[in-house]
Design a protein around this ligand. Structure first.
Ligand code: FAD
Length: 478
């Protein structure tokens, strides 16, 4: 019979649970096919995130071709597409995929399992996207954790899943082309590829594996000391690989852990592994709070009266034109590259919610459109953390001062200058708060504030007080 593997955000051939299990299940006379579903909505909204995703998909499909393992494209309504698959492969025995525990994917997967079971097709949903999935790390009474520190204590002690070996030789032997192809799916795939505009430099499984190897050999030892400084390339830069599944979280985990041997100082490695646990933590939280993309996790903050008269302020934030250099540099990095440094994500998110009093959901959506590593669980987690509405979030009265953050984490303004060319001649003394430049210095640095670079669009001290009031009001109502 035929065994099918449906790929999604797991575009790789190494350490791939669904693929490995499907291959293992093949008998001598069986054949295996690869599938990808092109959701109709993708044809209507094409964002930088999609642009990156399709570059990855193409790289994966091309790698598949090299192995003689073609990927077939289903298109349109998923249930009709699957029914069509059943007609095309009259002997389909089983479908394997890596189950999504959150959001849209979870709903789709649950519905698909039901649909195919009703047609007597065996479905094998595998858990693959995290080191520990949502139900792995629970309290003794089987309830879930809400605070990261206690979650992490348990997480670090739990036995870790092994790397999954994929039998590529066996795959090659059993891989087939569908006799009756999904002609329209192939056409939609080509159309989507033709919409792409960016030549992404670092795409593909081999590059991804190389990146984690380089990071864990060369950079990881200083990770805990340098990770907060956006001008340094001190983080791994693997988030987009993880998001698209070009890298497996287990492979990353062991790449880091294996380096502990022989090291006197393991703090960098330990801090890095802790970040992988944050990723698992937020997946767990989103799994247990499926409404959290739209709803505050802390109940008493569900009625916060965000500033709704905000169109211009929001636009200035998205464009990196707020007059706060560290915020603007972050937003421009995001717009130009599809990625932003973690410390700066925290700063811009805090600025939107606490300095502009704009609803965190608007920021979450903007990141969704732009980030090539957009991951709903981590993004919602990050935004609700910054907005002080999440579980284990920053308390509302600890408000970031964007200028202090800038002085502390980009002391020489190197990151700022990289993304804001208008400020490139501004002396370091004024780089964090350019409005304080005397007129003569503005002239000398060819940067007239209010003309070449904007004045601050809000007064941090005033907005800070307003933010405190907003939360206090809500607390006393709740
Ligand atoms: P490294 O520092 O090298 O970390 C390694 C990996 O650990 C990351 O790739 C990521 O998978 C995980 N990780 C690190 N920090 C976090 C964290 N705080 N939460 C969850 N996982 C983490 N990360 C995303 O992958 N997608 C998002 O959409 C996303 N949105 C965010 C929004 C906000 C407002 C904030 C504050 C953070 C967000 N993060 C998101 C988390 C973090 O900023 C990125 O994972 C990190 O910057 C990616 O770069 P890196 O791979 O070099 O990270």
């Amino acid at each position: 019979g035929t065994i099918a593997v449906w790929f999604r955000k797991d575009l790789r051939f190494h350490d791939q649970t669904a693929l490995a299990k499907a291959i293992l299940a093949l008998h001598e006379e069986d054949q295996i096919i690869g599938l990808f579903h092109l959701h109709p909505a993708l044809n209507q909204t094409f964002s930088p995130r999609h642009d990156y995703f399709y570059a990855t998909l193409k790289s994966f499909v091309d790698d598949g071709k090299e192995l003689n393992f073609p990927i077939h494209f289903m298109h349109g309504n998923i249930f009709s597409a699957l029914d069509d698959l059943l007609i095309k492969t009259s002997d389909l025995e089983a479908l394997y995929f890596n189950y999504d525990e959150v959001g849209f994917g979870r709903e789709r997967d649950d519905a698909v399992i039901q649909h195919l079971n009703s047609k007597d097709i065996a479905v094998f949903p595998c858990l693959d996207h995290h080191i520990h999935s949502a139900h792995d790390i629970l309290k003794a009474d089987h309830s879930h954790y809400k605070v990261f520190s206690s979650y992490y204590k348990r997480w670090s002690k739990a036995e870790k899943p092994k790397i999954v070996q994929v039998d590529i030789d066996k795959l090659k032997k059993h891989a087939v082309h569908l006799q009756r192809k999904f002609a329209d799916g192939e056409q939609v795939y080509q159309e989507l590829l033709s919409k792409r505009i960016t030549q992404w430099e670092h795409v593909g499984e081999q590059q991804a594996l190389q990146r984690i190897e380089e990071f864990t050999t060369e950079t990881i030892d200083d990770y805990h000391r340098k990770r907060d400084y956006p001008a340094l390339q001190a983080t791994s830069g693997i988030s987009a690989y993880l998001r698209t599944g070009q890298l497996s979280p287990r492979t990353i985990f062991y790449a880091a852990l294996d380096k502990i041997q022989g090291r006197a100082d393991c703090e960098g490695i330990e801090t890095f592994i802790k970040e992988l646990a944050w990723r698992d933590f937020y997946n767990m939280i989103y799994h247990y709070y499926p409404k959290s993309k739209n709803e505050e996790l802390i109940e008493k903050y569900r009625g916060l009266t965000w500033n709704t008269d905000d169109a211009d302020l929001f636009k200035r934030w998205t464009e990196g034109q707020t007059g706060f250099p560290i915020v603007d540099a972050g937003m421009r990095q995001l717009n130009q590259t599809g990625w932003m440094h973690n410390r700066v994500r925290m700063i811009v998110a805090s600025f939107l919610t606490k300095d502009l009093l704009i609803d965190w959901r608007k920021g979450e959506r903007y990141f969704e459109e732009r980030l090539i590593d957009y991951d709903p669980a981590s993004n919602i987690g990050g935004w609700q953390w910054a907005a002080s509405t999440g579980t284990d979030a920053v308390p509302y009265f600890r408000i970031f001062n964007p200028t202090r953050q800038s002085e502390r984490f980009d002391p020489n303004g190197i990151y700022i200058k990289q993304y804001i060319p208008e400020l490139k001649n501004v002396p370091v003394k004024y780089i964090h708060n350019p409005i304080t430049m005397p007129d003569s210095v503005q002239k000398e640095s060819s940067c007239i504030i209010g003309k070449d670079y904007p004045k601050p669009i809000v007064d941090h001290r005033v907005m800070r007080e307003k933010a405190l009031e907003l939360f206090k009001e809500s607390t006393s109502n709740g």
